[in-house]
Design a protein. Structure first.
Length: 231
């Protein structure tokens, strides 16, 4: 029987929830940079109501573990933990960068993806992924936070798709790769793309109790001075 997993994500400007029931995915998604705390729980209620399920009937709760906005990642994991504690559900953390790779596959059939997120402070979050035959993703460029000019991964030739806001924030980034690069049109992670990653992680036994769920900020210091208008 297929696992019933609810996914929530607030790690970036995008706010999203998704639930897979059989072959159907019920999803809600909205750009809400400063409204995550008011948007996410009504989205959860909405997808559960449409599916005719209660939270405690699910098998696991997946969440966008980051990287992303420190505030956004913290909000997402806090809400996810509250839901998981209340329904006694295990939790599965999903990389926001890997989720964008899955979205690039959904939209462009991409199998080789470089994901970046604008991390502000003249840095990017970055990672590289190759899709496996079973639909899971292999990390071929370890996730890191670094200055954009330092992102020069050694990769096999072939067509690579790019996803995320880092490419838009730093237009010279693609040129320094010396690869055949296509734009996937993906800017932000979405919860519906976390579902397949969460399914594979859950099947591998990687779910944890709610109290052990943890975010991934990548920065050694997360309490940096905020720039005006930025997180």
């Amino acid at each position: 029987m297929a696992s019933k997993i609810l996914a929530v994500d607030t790690a970036t400007e995008n706010c999203s929830v998704a639930l897979k029931v059989g072959n159907d995915i019920i999803a809600r998604c909205e750009m809400a940079p400063r409204e995550h705390t008011t948007k996410i729980l009504p989205m959860v209620d909405s997808v559960l109501a449409e599916a005719g399920l209660k939270l405690n009937q699910l098998d696991a709760l997946a969440f966008g573990r980051g990287p992303g906005s420190f505030t956004g990642v913290r909000i997402g994991i806090g809400i996810a933990q509250g839901l998981a504690f209340g329904a006694d559900l295990p939790m599965v953390g999903v990389s926001t960068l890997a989720a964008m790779a899955e979205q690039a596959h959904r939209k462009q059939q991409a199998t080789h993806v470089l994901s970046t997120i604008d991390a502000r402070m003249n840095e990017i979050y970055a990672g590289g992924y190759v899709r496996l035959e079973n639909g899971d993703w292999e990390t071929v460029v370890e996730e890191a936070v670094l200055p954009p000019e330092m992102f020069k991964p050694e990769l096999a030739e072939g067509e690579w798709f790019v996803a995320g806001t880092g490419w838009q924030a730093y237009p010279d980034l693609q040129g320094q790769l010396h690869l055949s690069v296509s734009d996937s049109g993906v800017l932000y992670p979405e919860s519906q793309d976390m579902l397949i990653l969460a399914h594979h992680a859950f099947a591998r036994g990687e779910a944890v109790d709610a109290e052990h769920a943890s975010p991934v900020y990548l920065r050694d210091t997360v309490a940096w001075k905020k720039l005006p208008g930025r997180e």
